[in-house]
Design a protein around this ligand. Sequence first.
Ligand code: MLT
Length: 234
Amino acid sequence: MLKTFLTHNELDSASSTFQASIVIDVLRATSTIVTALSNGARFVIPVEKVEEAVDIKMVQPDLILSGERNGIKPQGFELGNSPLEYSKQVVNGKGIVLTTSNGTKAIQKAKKIAENVYIAAFLNISYVVEQLSAHENIAIICAGNESEVSYEDTQLAGFIISKLLERKSYSLSDSSLIALRTWEAIKKPDFSGTHSQKLIELGFGRDVEFCQNIDISPIVPICSSEKIVSMLIK
Ligand code: MLT
């Protein structure tokens, strides 16, 4: 079964559990996590609140304190939520504590409903699908924007579903069918949704372009206790 949650708020009332879940926040949290790990960051600790991130940084001063609220880096933070900030020079060999408005909340919620939690972006889609296809019962979690559906997240969910179906058959929830049909109608990223527009207005147009790249990061981030690490791919 492939069950898609179109926003992280839907998880608040979820009663089922899954073998695996895959968290998607294309703009920009999961694209940032994939980029940071692929540029050599040792791990990312995703937390819900700004204060939690600050507390963790106080105890572990070597960590990079990073994230956003309303798209902007909070005061006192070292990095924002732009994947382009997470270059090799900046993150290689480092640990990161990250808090974002929706993406890191979605990751925390995903951990409550599934044993194995993976992180996806367009940047690593094929690599993540390869790992996911070992599972039968999968939750595909789009972060969305609180209770608003995200056009970009829904596209990636549909792309993942189409790739999983190329490998074997799964039954689909109606929300999975919606995501699949959305992807089939466009077949390439269409970043014309409201969050893309907001990011462009904030001056993050290069992020919007970068996050549309497919398979440039050959890694699979997986949650291991409180950290996200890069899985070794055979
Ligand atoms: C989020 O978690 O809501 C996003 O990643 C926001 C952003 O684009 O920075």
